[in-house]
Design a protein around this ligand. Structure first.
Ligand code: SF4
Length: 171
């Protein structure tokens, strides 16, 4: 083996090239902490997704935080009544950036089977939603697919343009 080939081989084996964005996003992707909070029947499916059979701790999400100040994902799982909406908004504001919102089920997405004066017709009337998971209720597999969509979105962000490092946050 020539010296050049040897060098090339050594470089391949010992040097890992990547970008700051890739490392930063990979770290965030593997440690998304959801808030332990549910609003209606969809929350039962969310709990099932956390339990042993579906086990979303595989994605580094096992720590469901009881405090919004330690969470970076709000899973809106259930019907949002107008009475409950201010509390949901307050919890969102108490979460630090970076934070994401996943609308789980047809109630959180668009009011579900309740086209009623008492029910908000989708959480996107109040909050910026990153991922929508359809279904009434969505199965745990669908929720896990929603997490994977969120991971894809997260991996495409750049440290240069993310809103929480801008002087004037976009949202
Ligand atoms: S989408 Fe269906 S299952 Fe989920 S909270 Fe609404 S009514 Fe319940």
């Amino acid at each position: 083996m020539s010296e050049e080939e040897l060098m090339e081989e050594q470089i391949k084996r010992n040097i890992l090239l990547t970008t700051v964005d890739a490392v930063y996003n990979w770290g965030r992707k593997c440690s998304v902490w959801p808030m332990a909070f549910g609003l209606a029947c969809c929350a039962i499916e969310m709990i099932a997704a956390a339990a042993a059979r579906y086990d979303f701790s595989r994605f580094g999400m096992e720590i469901m935080r009881a405090s919004p100040r330690q969470a970076d994902l709000m899973i809106v799982a259930g019907t949002i009544t107008h009475k409950m909406a201010p509390q949901v908004l307050r919890l969102y504001h108490q979460m630090p950036e970076p934070k994401y919102v996943l609308a789980m089920g047809s109630c959180a997405t668009a009011g579900g089977p309740f086209p009623s004066y008492a029910v908000l017709q989708g959480i996107d009337e109040l909050l910026p939603v990153d991922v929508y998971v359809p279904g009434c209720p969505p199965r745990p597999e669908a929720l896990i697919q929603g997490f994977m969509k969120l991971h894809d979105k997260l991996m495409k962000q750049s440290i240069k343009t993310v809103p929480w490092y801008q002087k004037e946050p976009a949202r």
